[in-house]
Design a binder for this molecule. Sequence first.
Ligand code: H79
Length: 588
Amino acid sequence: MIKQIIAFFICILLYAATVSAQSAVATPAENLKTKWFREARFGMFIHWGLFAQHAGTYKGKKYYGISEWLQERAKIPAKEYEKFAAEFNPVDFNAAQWVSFAKASGIKYIVITAKHHEGFAMFKSMVSAFNIVDATPYKKDPMKELAAECKKAGIRLGFYYSQFQDWHEPNGGGNDWDFDNTKKDYPVYYATKAIPQIKELLTNYGDLGLIWFDTPGDMTQEQSKEFLKKVKDWQPNCLVSSRVGNGLGDYTDFGDGEVPAGVVKGPWEAIFTHNDSWGYSSFDNNFKTPKEIIRLLTTISSKGGNLLLNIGPMANGKIPDLSQKYFLETGKWLIKNGQSIYGTTCSLIKPQPWGVTTNKPGKLFIHIFQSPLNGKITIPVKGLTLHSVYWLSNKKPVAAAMKSTGLQLQLPPLLPDTRDAVVVVEYSGTMVENYDTPEVWSRQYPEFYLLPDYATVKGNATISTVTYSHYFGDWKHAVCIKNLQSPTDEVSFEIQVKEKGDYKITLEYAADKNSEGEEGILEIAGQQFPFQVLKTGEYDEWKPLSWIRQTVAILSVTQPRLYTLKIKPARAGRELFNLKRIIAEPVE
Ligand code: H79
């Protein structure tokens, strides 16, 4: 019960944290201020602090999940935690190496934890002796060196600062194992520690790109405004993340590990960590591969945002080997293909079975994740005059023609890159936003998906993000179709079926006991395919969600043409399910 209350409290913090910056139309001055950020596309988050020393283990017990929450999870008293500083000695820290690594990885900005929830300042502070210079044998300020190296390398530096949670302070948020929550005076903490330390960060380290606030918790609108104003007083051009709270900030951050549905206008950032923990964890080996990073970066760019991807250095200052290896591999891809990422704007068409697109004036970048068997792809754009069409990585031409159905490319049997092969189309004419084109089903792909992002929903049906986690608190998110409860709630897709033959149609979803046994109907080509919803597990955002793939129809197409696929409940009842995607497979 107590655990649930705590989890509830943290949920409130988290949800307050994911509120987006209010998107009033940006003024020219705001546009100028966020220009570097909107063009940067790839940032490196660094979670480094005393938590790195324990690397997820305390008194012989492994805490799976996010290691920077060790103090909270093991309920370590602040007085005892304080002693960790005497052991913290990052002798192998080398700012020049970190920055050259970031540069070689194609990183344009770095955001590092100046102070995480544990309350320990990783910089010299006159405000609190609980800082790396005064409390550790290291006695140096790594942020000074990092700021100097970033400046030399032309990389923007931002500081993460936990402005509400501070487990070291009696009046800071979060620590209820030492301090009584009902007796806390948060304004005292803001005035005596948080704001004075932010002043130190903004006055002692040169020009900063941004301040990355997190978990605003109980902050009022006035308090969030005050933090924002202080940052601007000291550095008017320094950006502030939306986690300053209450809908404020210069750009939007979504939830930890969340990619939003569809294209999002205005400056924003998706934040991910390389494995499942933000701080270093000695036993977390779930590192994203170069292919996963490249596709994540490309997909986020195509939606108009940045990827801020985190690494957790060890206590001695070393960056984990696999983070080094896979970031550098991503950097190699960016050296050849960076033009299709940096400074691009979002896709003007929806994701296609072969991949996604990004844009620059007069240039369309086609990111191919998967080639059809016959190598023919059609990009749903009209009226362009083609000047040249070539692979970005080697400049070799690609056969292309403008047809009435769109821009047709003939790809070779072997793509120049299996992770993301980029074709550049230089053109004149105007490309207009068009997300309304039908989905394409073709026997040239082994399988293809209908995603919720561009579905048409009716009645109470919604396109919403469902949150879950593997280890406690390492959030995962899935965009789903939800709230299909009565026959008037409906989701539908327009589909251009290219070739005749049979197609197997499978639903991928999660459903708990509330939905078990409900009946739904899939409608296509005048046929109705009824199905019953199967229970996949209880829904709990702190636990994994189990997804099931249930085949509900085989459609025999005798005539390739436009079809409408609909899903709705057979009768009024409880919600059908969290529908993640619909998979279609040509029957062979
Ligand atoms: O800095 C990273 C995380 O430490 C921070 N945001 C990213 C960028 C973050 N703050 N809050 N959370 C993440 C949510 C944490 C929830 C949990 Fe727990 C912490 C789950 C398990 C440990 C709450 C406390 C629930 C159980 C204990």
